[in-house]
Design a protein around this ligand. Structure first.
Ligand code: CA
Length: 234
C-alpha cells in the first residue's frame, strides 16, 4: 500500500514540485494551501506524514501542529521554514515536530528526511515510550533508544555505524516479517542508490557480528533463503 503524504504549503510552485516528486517516489500525495484546510486534511486524508510549512495563511504551521498534538494525533511532521530562525525550530520541536528543513532545500534531502521519518514512525507498533517521553524499540533482550541512538543487548552497549543503525531499526520495525533485499534497499538506502545489492549482505554480516555473534542469546537476524531476511524473537 502506498504511504500517504500531505503537503501544506501556500507557495504554489513549491507545493506543485513536492507533489510531483513525492508521487514519482511512489507516495500518494495531497496538497493543501492554508493551515485550516491542512488541519482538516490531516483527519480526512489521514496521511502517514505531513510536510508542513510554518508561514501559512489562516493558521500557521506551528498552530496546526499544536492542535494536532493536542488532539493526540502523532502523525510525523516535517516543518518547512523559510527562515533559518532558531526560534521557529525550537517552537516547532517543542510542539512535537519530528524534523524540520529550511528553504531553499534540495529535494533529495527532503526525500531522505521523509523516508527516515516514515521509517521511524513504524516504531509505534514495536516500541514503547519511556517515562521521560523517549522512544525505545525492543526485540528480545535488545533495546534501541531512538533519541540517543544507543543500542543495548544483555546490558552491553553496541557501537554501530550510522548505516548499520538504520538497517537494524528498519529490520526491527518490521520484526517477524520477511523483508526482501529490495525492501531494504528502498527503505534504508533510498531509491537513488545505484550500487550493488550485495552491499546489503555485507551490512547484514557486519550487523550479525555485532548484535548476534557476540552474545549467548539466540540470534535475532535470520536469512530467508532466496528471499531476504527476518528478525524474530525466538
Ligand atoms: Ca509559506
Amino acid at each position: 500500500m502506498k504511504k500517504k503524504i500531505l503537503v501544506v504549503e501556500d507557495e504554489m510552485q513549491i507545493a506543485k514540485v513536492l507533489k510531483i516528486e513525492l508521487e514519482y517516489e511512489g507516495y500518494e500525495a495531497a496538497v493543501e494551501y492554508d493551515g485550516k484546510s491542512g488541519l482538516q486534511a490531516a483527519y480526512d486524508f489521514n496521511p502517514d506524514l505531513i510536510i508542513l510549512d510554518i508561514m501559512l495563511p489562516e493558521l500557521s504551521g506551528i498552530e496546526v501542529l499544536r492542535r494536532l498534538r493536542k488532539e493526540n494525533n502523532h502523525v510525523p511532521v516535517i516543518l518547512l521554514t523559510a527562515r533559518n530562525l532558531t526560534m521557529d525550530k525550537v517552537l516547532g520541536l517543542d510542539q512535537g515536530a519530528n524534523d524540520y528543513i529550511t528553504k531553499p532545500f534540495e529535494i533529495e534531502e527532503l526525500l531522505a528526511r521523509v523516508r527516515s521519518c516514515i521509517r521511524h514512525y513504524a516504531y509505534d507498533k514495536n516500541g514503547s515510550i519511556n517515562e521521560d517521553g523517549s522512544m525505545v524499540l525492543h526485540i528480545a533482550d535488545l533495546k534501541i533508544h531512538l533519541e540517543t541512538r544507543e543500542v543495548i543487548r544483555e546490558g552491553t552497549q553496541i557501537i554501530l555505524t550510522p548505516k548499520e543503525y538504520d538497517l537494524l531499526v528498519y529490520l526491527i520495525s518490521n520484526k517477524n516479517k520477511i523483508v526482501t533485499r529490495e525492501n531494504i534497499l528502498i527503505n534504508v538506502w533510498g531509491y537513488e542508490y545505484e550500487g550493488e545489492t550485495n552491499v546489503i549482505d555485507v551490512y547484514i554480516r557486519h550487523l550479525r557480528k555485532k548484535i548476534d555473534e557476540c552474545f549467548a542469546s539466540p540470534a535475532l537476524i535470520q536469512t530467508v533463503r532466496g528471499v531476504g531476511y527476518t528478525v524474530k524473537e525466538n
